[in-house]
Write a protein of this length. Structure first.
Length: 413
């Protein structure tokens, strides 16, 4: 990190510490959350519940996350990130513990669903983007969003083998208890990362911009609306995979270790791709990069599910999807800053994320429902591919011009 990367109010060491704390918080939250699908089959079998019951918990998680994200964003934009990040970390720990001790479907829905869902709104990209945006120079913000976003993939790569080992040797409950112990580290990470609250999150001319005014701008901007609709499809595709791919591979006779391997590959390659798309987003039109990601995912989904899975196809699919996984996060954050500025970044990305989570709910619950109804995932993946192609095309054509307020600020600069 060069001196020009971070703002002048902090030293290089302070910038490293703040960004590192935010990244670690997101690493643990996203890593554990993205591996919950590995526990679906063994937990459902031991507890005597349907696959769709466990999938419902993941679906509720998406809805709770999405509904909470705008409110968490408002608090972060107005009052800083420390309180909301610490609160979310405590909720996350409680959610994992409740799931690990479940004796039926309801505790899983409350723990893995409601508690973890709300906690993710307080500890992941909506909050970490607020932190990163305060620490780095404006010209490098999309890259900073990508660096912090990559942290979620580090967590997936690290926690997937832990889950696989515990499932094979000690069972699903022991795996969740291991996750609960790891999650305790979110508390000091949240405390350190939230030191960014001492830095400004806007410019002097933003002082007259109210929350209502920011929402009015967003509602009237067609590009923001298109981006939010496309984000719905992003959530549907990714959560369908994280929730149901382990069950699909098991149905095809593949060992559970291949599911963990695929998630590890997704996490590993997304570390590079999140940084890459963050870097590219500072240089090229973000809407084109986003559209390319959605179209690429849809083609990869179609090719993978059209043929019976093999060890080679699992590896190749993990590499491709990892390259196209969380690269959307720095691009969406960057587009919001480009169009509306920094002042209500967490709020506006939170509202867009609500659309993402509506898609996540449908991907998790709908995939389980179709599986229970038809005995296969064929219809589910075909729907995911079709709407992904539509969303990618819409994203390519979106209006990404800054608002009149932002254009006036740029002209006066």
């Amino acid at each position: 990190m060069s001196n020009s990367f971070h703002v002048s109010q902090v030293s290089r060491g302070q910038a490293f510490a703040i960004l590192g704390g935010a990244a670690l918080m997101m690493t643990l939250a996203m890593g554990i959350r993205q591996n919950l699908g590995l526990f679906q089959a063994p937990a459902s079998k031991e507890l005597g519940i349907a696959i769709s019951d466990f999938a419902l918990a993941i679906s509720v998680q998406q809805v709770a996350w999405g509904l909470s994200q705008p409110f968490a964003g408002i608090i972060a934009d107005k009052h800083g990130t420390r309180g909301i990040a610490l609160f979310g970390s405590l909720l996350f720990i409680a959610g994992v513990v409740l799931t690990a001790t479940a004796q039926g479907a309801l505790p899983i829905v409350l723990g893995a669903g409601v508690l973890i869902g709300v906690s993710l709104a307080c500890t992941t990209s909506g909050i970490t983007a607020n932190i990163a945006a305060r620490v780095v120079q404006p010209s490098r913000r999309t890259l900073a969003f990508g660096i912090v976003s990559a942290a979620g993939s580090v967590g997936t790569m690290v926690t997937a083998p832990i889950a696989a080992y515990m499932l094979n040797h000690d069972g699903w409950r022991a795996g969740l208890w291991a996750f609960a112990i790891l999650a305790v580290a979110m508390l000091p990470a949240a405390w350190i990362g939230s030191r960014a609250d001492k830095l400004p999150n806007g410019v002097a001319t933003d002082r007259n911009l109210s929350l209502i005014g920011a929402l009015h701008e967003a509602r009237r901007h067609p590009g923001y609306v298109v981006m939010s609709v496309a984000f719905f499809v992003c959530g549907l595709q990714l959560v369908f995979l994280t929730t149901h791919l382990p069950t699909y591979l098991a149905q095809c006779g593949m060992d559970a270790s291949y599911s963990a391997l695929l998630l590890m590959l997704v996490g590993g390659f997304n570390i590079l791709s999140s940084w890459l798309f963050g870097w590219l987003g500072d240089k090229y039109p973000k809407r084109l990069l986003l559209g390319g990601i959605y179209l690429g995912r849809s083609v990869a989904l179609a090719l993978f599910f059209m043929f019976p899975p093999t060890p080679l196809s699992v590896v190749l699919f993990g590499i491709v999807m990892g390259t196209l996984w969380l690269g959307v996060i720095p691009l969406v954050n960057g587009l919001v800053v480009q169009i509306f500025g920094l002042r209500y970044l967490s709020t506006l990305t939170g509202i867009a994320f609500l659309s993402h989570q509506a898609g996540s709910f449908l991907g998790a619950w709908g995939g389980g429902y179709i599986f229970d109804l038809m005995g296969s995932y064929d219809l589910a993946w075909k729907i995911g591919v079709f709407i992904g192609l539509v969303a990618g095309t819409m994203q390519l054509l979106m209006n990404d011009r800054p608002t009149a307020r932002m254009r006036d600020l740029q002209a006066a600069a």
